[in-house]
Design a protein around this ligand. Structure first.
Ligand code: SF4
Ligand code: SF4
Length: 243
């Protein structure tokens, strides 16, 4: 099952933050306390009310300043380590939708500790609400199941955000990459074989965001270790229920 994917072309992003607002609006996420840290990025990080955040960074290329924008969100990993982390504590805390590949947390996720779930994510995405429920982007699964595209993609005015079948998004991503490579030798797709949210950048990923690719953060490399760590906890819980 190939499912669905996003393709995010950062070279087309103008940091209008329409996607960030549309996400907040569709998910009925309220406003939270924030502060201006002296850059365009606001709030400073993802939080329980912000599932999508346009990250802003300033860099230098050939002695000239450049701005990089990175519309950060859950990558809907093909094999999500967060799912294994939650499953180590509770059954049914995560839905991994067969048709689309979306990874969606349920109310039961509050039974898993946020530190373990967030630590398992190679992209530092999950956040906890006051009541302990763990939250993040849902791929707008309610919209997608009804034939609509995710809210963030719908509002993007520049076609930086794209959504469709995995096959079509990979094809579009490869086409844009081939085009941009001529001018930007460092152009690359980020972890395209691991995730359903495929970013295209034209410089070192670390210049965009510290968790732009899995290898820069806690890493998908931790996946197997975490599985070994959490599976026994689940087995133990199940055996208590059997007694
Ligand atoms: S990006 Fe993180 S939160 Fe999203 S599916 Fe992957 S591991 Fe889970
Ligand atoms: S809506 Fe599109 S152009 Fe605007 S910040 Fe989001 S990705 Fe960038």
């Amino acid at each position: 099952m190939a499912g669905m994917s996003f393709f995010i072309d950062t070279t087309r992003c103008t940091a209008c933050r329409g996607c960030q607002i549309a996400c907040k609006n569709w998910n009925q996420n309220g406003a939270g306390m924030t502060k201006n840290l002296g850059s365009h990025q606001n709030p400073p990080d993802l939080d329980e009310n912000t599932f999508k955040l346009v990250r802003f960074s300033e860099s230098e290329v050939n002695g000239k300043p450049v701005w990089y924008f990175f519309a950060d969100q859950c990558r809907h990993c093909l094999e999500p380590p967060c799912k294994d982390a939650i499953a180590g504590y509770v059954d049914g805390g995560v839905i991994h939708d067969e048709e689309t590949g979306a990874v969606v947390y349920t109310e039961k996720s509050k039974e898993a500790p946020i530190d373990d779930v967030r630590g398992a994510c190679p992209y530092d995405i999950p956040r906890a609400r006051q009541d302990g429920r763990i939250v993040k982007c849902t791929m707008c699964l309610d919209r997608v199941k009804n034939g609509l595209i995710p809210a963030c993609v719908k509002v993007c005015p520049t076609e930086a955000m794209n959504f469709g079948t995995r096959e079509s998004m990979l094809e579009l991503a490869q086409k844009r990459l081939a085009y941009l490579k001529a001018k930007y030798p460092k152009a690359q797709l980020l972890d395209p074989d691991e995730v359903r949210v495929i970013y295209l950048v034209v410089d070192d990923p670390a210049k965009y965001h510290s968790h732009a690719v899995a290898s820069l953060g806690s890493g998908i490399d931790r996946k197997l270790a975490l599985r070994r760590l959490f599976r026994p906890a689940k087995t133990l819980a199940q055996s208590f229920r059997l007694v």
